[in-house]
Design a protein around this ligand. Structure first.
Ligand SMILES: [Fe+2]
Ligand SMILES: [Zn+2]
Length: 410
């Protein structure tokens, strides 16, 4: 809360140009014409806050530059001179006013500016509010993986938030006490976002079939993979609801933290990590289901963002194409690197196994966690899963909406 409002003093010279007090703290502003920045200095905070002039002008909050209802910038880059200079600045109570040489007048809340500080600590803080810091699976994850209760998620916003936060941090949560019938996947999709459609339709059923069109419909072991890398934009979260489980031996769901396996690879074989991050494979899926489809996308197995952080694993040997756009001299090394990453995933220390019971639902972040299934021993099986997807963007969006809602209600 900004409380004390004292009259600002104002002097136009290269030095302290304006001062005021906020929360009894004296603040002063300074126009640094060499660096082209507005500098804010407070008595309390020994760190100076600096804001580039071009950024201030671009983020002017006046009604000609910004539409508050749509929370949207309406001034275009071409509509102001990027070398624009302020001619004076003034601190009035909780606000910093800037007058520009083109006569434009901007007013910024002091707290608004501080939240957008360019200091690395503040940028990091905002980044963490956008995406949770990844928590790699610890060695005892098999005994301590997060669980959630279906009814609580559906009826209590705090439980919904806690499930989504766990999914954001760990990439996997086992939801329990799900009604044993077809339908809850749709309820959970609607509660956490909305359904992601694929060329297999809005959801899919995994059952053992006499005429399987997919390996998932057979008794064979399903090795570790992320779903659908044949899309540019792969589904973000997979919901796998167990309605009936295989009675015999096998049929366990196997899950591996792809980011942890990548961290191990980076540590032990940096060159292989580099190769899987820089060279791409094609993934393809061609057939006829919900529609006739022919999907092909090219990705490196390990995808990083502009900050150099690992953000996505494309790992699916079923759909990795035989077309391979890699320099011929790199082919063998690429295979060695893939094998090395696969070995890390298959190491019992790096994955967990659980045999879902009817009423369990595996919810897994498909961009990070790889899933598979052990072989169904004994042949005949009534195993029946109902599955669906939600895009990761919708999960993060719902997470923020619920977080805000709970904050407002408190
Ligand atoms: Fe899958
Ligand atoms: Zn403006």
């Amino acid at each position: 809360m900004l409380k004390r409002i004292l009259p600002a003093t104002f002097q136009l010279r290269k030095g302290v140009v304006a001062s005021s007090s906020i929360n009894s703290r004296k603040i002063s502003t300074f126009l640094d014409s060499e660096k082209r920045r507005l500098v804010i200095d407070t008595e309390l905070n020994s760190v100076k806050e600096e804001f580039p002039w071009v950024w201030l002008r671009d983020n002017c909050q006046c009604s000609s530059c910004y539409e508050p209802l749509a929370q949207s910038r309406i001034v275009n880059l071409s509509e102001f001179d990027q070398k624009v200079k302020p001619v004076k600045c003034q601190v009035t109570g909780g606000q910093v006013e800037v007058e520009w040489e083109d006569k434009h007048h901007s007013v910024y809340d002091y707290s608004w500016l501080l939240e957008r500080s360019f200091r690395p600590e503040q940028r990091e803080k905002f980044s963490e509010s956008v995406c949770a810091k990844t928590v790699l699976w610890p060695a005892n994850f098999q005994e301590n993986y997060p669980t959630a209760d279906f009814n609580s998620i559906m009826t209590d916003d705090s439980a919904l938030l806690s499930w989504l936060e766990d999914l954001d941090k760990h990439g996997f949560v086992l939801v329990r006490n799900v009604p044993i019938k077809q339908g809850p996947v749709h309820e959970l999709q609607a509660r956490s976002g909305f359904r992601r459609l694929t060329h297999y339709g809005e959801d899919y059923v995994v059952k053992i079939k006499a005429d399987p069109s997919n390996l998932a419909y057979t008794h064979h072991r399903i090795f570790f993979h992320t779903d659908s890398p044949f899309y540019e934009h792969m589904p973000g979260v997979a919901y796998l609801h167990c309605i009936e489980q295989h009675q015999g031996e096998g049929g366990e769901t196997m899950l591996a933290d792809g980011f942890k396996a990548a961290a191990i690879l980076k540590e032990t074989h940096p060159e292989k990590y580099r190769l899987l991050s820089s060279e791409s494979a094609y993934f393809k899926d061609i057939g006829d289901d919900y529609i006739k489809f022919n999907s092909i996308a090219q990705h490196p197995p390990l995808v990083h963002n502009a900050r150099g952080e690992l953000v996505k694993i494309n790992w699916n040997h079923f759909t990795r194409d035989s077309y391979f756009d890699v320099d011929i001299d790199q082919v063998e090394e690429f295979y060695t690197a893939m094998r090395c990453y696969d070995d890390i995933l298959n190491d019992a220390a790096n994955h967990i196994k659980l045999k879902m019971e009817p009423g369990d639902m595996v919810t897994t972040k498909n961009l990070r966690v790889l899933h598979g299934r052990s072989e169904l021993k004994g042949g005949v099986s009534g195993r029946h899963l109902h599955c669906g997807y939600v895009d990761w963007d919708e999960i993060r969006s719902t997470l923020r909406v619920i977080r805000e809602k709970l904050k407002e209600n408190n």
